[in-house]
Design a protein around this ligand. Structure first.
Ligand SMILES: NC(=O)c1ccc[n+]([C@@H]2O[C@H](COP(=O)([O-])OP(=O)(O)OC[C@H]3O[C@@H](n4cnc5c(N)ncnc54)[C@H](O)[C@@H]3O)[C@@H](O)[C@H]2O)c1
Length: 247
């Protein structure tokens, strides 16, 4: 049987009270990691942690508020003594036409879908220490192709890819790896609540819908040492389009 890849490691997974995040938390935990579930919905986060079992906690955290991100990281360090993996999964996808979005609407989406990842990335650089670690950003297919009425979400997810590249570049010298997953349609509330899907403007064939566990498997690979082999690193740099001296 495969060795558990995350024995002795500690992971923070944001937005993991349900959906894709819960599947990622479950996968990392099943492979040995201690888990911090950081979610706006604290009761659901704590229930999800209880369901996982020992070595997991649920923490109240609005990822768009830097002080709450700092507090979540302090809690993780107090409980488990180290942080090795951060999965920036929390997300929000509201819908309006371009004429309707207010400045506050834009900022609300950018805070959760982009700045949340930036705040946790800062904490990784401050607290991963000499051992380094891995950041996995859950972006979206909307980062590269989108549909009507989701402009702030698409912009935030595109910028998240840029943040992932910046993190990989600055993380290289301090053993911090950074990758993004771009899910398509995945079977969660976010998909079925999408008004474009509900109205039929966006047609989703149920056969094409992925599961949260599919994304969890990809995230777990990217969080693991398997993705830090020189072969994987070459692929990551190539995918990032950034020239590397060791290619
Ligand atoms: N479901 C899909 O089809 C799909 C496709 C592409 C990308 N994604 C991305 O995957 C991620 C997870 O999506 P999901 O489908 O599981 O959604 P979901 O709505 O089921 O879960 C999102 C979770 O994030 C939490 N959250 C929302 N705002 C938060 C905040 N400010 N701080 C902390 N937690 C917050 C929610 O409470 C919830 O638990 C998101 O980043 C989403 O953009 C989903």
């Amino acid at each position: 049987m495969m060795e558990p890849r995350f024995e002795g490691r500690v992971a923070i997974v944001t937005g993991a009270a349900g959906g894709i995040g819960a599947a990622i938390a479950a996968r990392l935990h099943a492979e040995g990691a201690a888990i911090v579930i950081a979610d706006l919905k604290v009761e659901a986060a704590q229930a999800a942690a209880t369901k996982l079992g020992p070595k997991s906690i649920g923490v109240s955290c609005d990822v768009g508020a830097e002080d709450q991100v700092e507090s979540c990281v302090r809690t993780a360090l107090a409980c488990f003594g180290r942080i090795d993996i951060i999965v920036n999964n929390a997300g929000l996808m509201p819908f309006k036409t371009l004429a309707e979005w207010s400045g506050d609407d834009w900022l609300k989406v950018l805070r959760v879908d982009l700045l949340g990842a930036a705040f946790f990335t800062k904490q990784a650089f401050l607290h991963f220490g000499d051992k380094g670690g891995a950041i996995v950003n859950i972006a979206s297919v909307h980062a590269i192709e989108t549909s009507a009425n989701a402009a702030p979400y698409a912009a935030a997810k595109a910028a998240m890819l840029s943040l992932t590249r910046s993190t990989a570049i600055e993380g290289r010298g301090v053993k911090i790896r950074s990758n993004a997953v771009l899910p398509g349609a995945i079977d969660t509330q976010m998909l079925w609540n999408n008004p474009n899907v509900q109205s039929g403007a966006e047609v989703i064939d149920k056969k094409d819908v992925g599961t949260p566990e599919d994304i969890a498997a990809a995230a777990a690979f990217l969080a693991s040492d398997e993705s830090s082999s020189s072969r994987a690193r070459r692929w990551q740099w190539t995918a990032g389009g950034w020239p590397s001296s060791d290619q």
